[in-house]
Design a protein around this ligand. Structure first.
Ligand SMILES: Nc1nc(=O)c2c([nH]1)NC[C@@H]1CN(c3ccc(C(=O)N[C@@H](CCC(=O)O)C(=O)O)cc3)CN21
Ligand SMILES: CC(C)C(=O)C(=O)O
Length: 349
């Protein structure tokens, strides 16, 4: 992106902030020293990604609390590997999630329940190597936290110590309160997750929208309050009607992070490969594709195939030369001799 389009993006940020009547937030503005940030973003010749990544300081739980208090939407996104971790960092994401959706979008499983603790640890470490600024959270995979609070704490400690993440996410409502207490008491921040909880999709009858009835909505509200009381620093609300998410958000003192839960949540999260248009197996209604990486990437690879076949790749600029031109001549002479020798051999002389 050049300076010109950086200016366009920055102006768009300003317009959007005005339209939604929310205070303008560019990452880095939270920790003071803000007076030049807007002007710098508008007039700098740097790219917008440079602006976003170089200016901001490490996002901590305090940053997330401050964003919430100031009514500034929290931006969250999944990162499943080293490059997607870097993208989340550079683009200005506040909270990066090593979500177990990686089971489906990275590893090709039919649901999230097949991903193992070892796989989550390996992906978390890769993300952590690239994703330095956002607050980094990983999912406790299915089967690693349901048996007892002790089991949950043990595996949370592994995610922190071996996976290099800062917090953990787990699915479930009131029934998870004791488990959440156990983990938060040990000093590990917990992100709750209610509504459509994919690890329980079998008992939900599939990936179905939740809380569509008054009874269902009230249950979600009670779960959210129990999760807050148990010590969650925030709660993911997945695939629930927007009016329900709004009431839940208003009822809580901790932020809600919505995915398919309308725009009245305290923040938003999406699966990175979904919003980049890289995943084409299915598309939940809540996904907006900001680009179509699947088409772009497939077309690029097809072009490579074509160029290799026709010999136009690699071109001169992708090729190494000999240090000394004379050596090229010597090499050709050698080749000629070999050629004669080969011919001589094959003709039986
Ligand atoms: N690529 C991807 N994106 C996700 O957001 C995601 C995953 N994978 N895997 C783990 C879970 C599964 N999720 C899903 C999967 C499908 C729908 C879906 O298609 N829902 C229907 C609504 C069905 C109903 O009406 O109740 C939809 O049309 O959105 C929603 C969430 C969310 N998570
Ligand atoms: C979509 C987010 C919230 C998630 O749980 C995941 O990526 O697994």
């Amino acid at each position: 992106m050049n300076g010109g389009s950086s200016l366009l993006v920055s102006c768009h940020l300003l317009r959007t902030a005005t339209r939604t009547n929310r205070s303008l937030f560019l990452p880095g503005m939270i920790s003071g020293n803000n007076s030049t940030s807007i002007a710098a973003a508008r007039y700098s010749s740097h790219t917008i990604t440079e602006e976003l990544s170089h200016r901001r300081s490490k996002v901590t739980l305090n940053t997330i609390r401050t964003l919430h208090k100031k009514n500034i939407p929290i931006t969250a996104l999944t990162a499943h590997d080293f490059p997607s971790g870097i993208v989340a960092d550079r683009a200005g994401i506040d909270l990066a999630l090593v979500g177990d959706s990686l089971a489906m979008v990275e590893l090709g499983y039919d649901n999230t329940n097949h991903v193992t603790m070892e796989e989550m640890l390996s992906h978390s470490r890769a993300v952590a190597r690239g994703c330095k600024t956002p607050f980094l959270v990983a999912d406790l995979p299915f089967g690693t936290y349901e048996i007892s609070p002790e089991q949950a704490l043990e595996n949370s400690i592994r995610l922190v110590r071996e996976g290099n993440v800062e917090g953990v996410k787990l699915e479930g409502g009131v029934e998870m309160a004791d488990t959440i207490k156990k983990i938060t008491t040990a000093g590990i921040p917990v992100l709750g997750h209610i509504g459509l909880t994919p690890q329980r999709s079998a008992s939900l009858g599939g990936f179905k929208v939740q809380g569509r009835t008054f009874t269902g909505a009230r249950k979600l509200l009670h779960s959210a309050q129990a999760l807050q009381d148990a010590g969650c620093f925030a709660i993911v609300l997945e695939a629930i009607p927007a009016p329900v998410a709004k009431v839940v958000t208003q009822a809580l003192t901790i932020p809600t992070i919505g995915i398919g839960a309308g725009n009245q949540c305290s923040g938003q999260v999406l699966v990175q490969l979904d919003m980049l248009g890289s995943f084409d197996k299915f598309t939940p209604k809540f996904v907006k594709k900001y680009t179509n990486a699947f088409e772009t990437n497939t077309a690029a690879v097809a072009e490579y195939v074509r160029e290799v076949r026709q010999g136009s790749f690699p071109a001169e600029e992708h090729t190494y030369s000999m240090r000394n031109e004379d050596d090229v001549k010597k090499l050709e002479e050698l080749a000629e001799e070999l050629d004669i020798a080969t011919k001589a051999k094959s003709s039986g002389i």
